[in-house]
Ligand binder design. Structure first.
Ligand SMILES: [Zn+2]
Length: 262
């Protein structure tokens, strides 16, 4: 099959690729949807380039760099939504989880709503940015809510720092290990190459100065699910990115990249 590519935003894609090598696992300048139809072996190359740490980011402690690493899917992946005063999970978030579940053949739990005012972790000395004040503690958060690992969805907690950008729309959402945080570290079970069961990863949506949509939710979900690094077609969200993520979840965790089966 002939490789067919179509770039609507080649320049933006190049910018994203260049940023993917910085320390920050941010989503600077998420582009509009980019399309690409690629051959199976190219999907392997894309996954190999994405499902790994680059310059120590994300931190993957216990990872065998030559194999895939991802969530354990032998049981449901817990999903949480944090809201001050409780409330409903926004449809766009529930729909995104449904899409991932259907596409990947992975089971997520029913949403559990966690009642907490996350703004207590925001540094209000920088009102025009959206950065943390170092008061968030993963262990305290887990113990307060009686939870372990999984994926937390939160609104207006995306890391936006003038250290990286002065345009809030370019840092409108991110995946991390804490609210208002640009970093991600994951403890890996060396034997299974799955995330340790107490791994709690955050999908941060919005920074008070931008708007986000379902494609962005899917994009950030893909980061926590194992597409850590951006690649050419990983702009907003599209079928190519989904095909790469499906390849990751179709194969056992810990599969050597050179042995991935389509
Ligand atoms: Zn991203």
């Amino acid at each position: 099959m002939k490789i067919k590519t179509h770039h609507k935003h080649l320049l933006d894609s190049a910018i994203i690729l260049s940023f993917s090598t910085t320390m920050l696992l941010g989503c600077l300048g998420i582009t509009e949807e980019t399309e690409g139809v690629v051959e199976p072996e190219e999907l392997v190359n894309l996954l190999t380039s994405s499902n790994k740490a680059v310059n120590g980011n994300p931190g993957l402690w216990g990872n065998d760099a030559n194999t895939t690493v991802r969530f354990d899917t032998s049981s449901d992946i817990p999903v949480y939504f944090v809201s001050n005063g409780g409330g409903m999970v926004p449809d766009v978030i529930q729909e995104s989880v449904n899409v991932m579940s259907n596409q990947l053949g992975v089971r997520f739990s029913k949403f559990v709503v966690l009642d907490e005012d996350l703004s207590q972790y925001r540094d209000n000395n920088y009102p025009n940015q959206n950065v943390g004040n170092y008061r968030f503690s993963k262990g305290a958060f887990q113990s307060k809510h009686g939870i372990n690992g999984g994926i937390v969805f939160a609104i207006d907690t995306a890391f936006y720092s003038h250290q990286y950008s002065f345009s809030p729309s370019t840092m409108c959402a991110n995946a991390s290990h804490a609210p208002y945080d640009g970093g991600m570290a994951i403890d890996i079970d060396y034997n299974t190459q799955t995330y340790q069961s107490d791994t709690l990863l955050w999908v941060n949506l919005g920074n008070r100065q931008c708007s986000w949509d379902k494609a962005i939710v899917l994009h950030e979900m893909a980061h926590v699910l194992g597409l850590f690094q951006h690649f050419e077609y990983y702009g907003s969200w599209n079928t190519t990115s989904m095909a790469v993520l499906k390849l990751l979840y179709r194969n056992h965790p810990g599969t050597p990249f050179h042995s991935l089966s389509m």
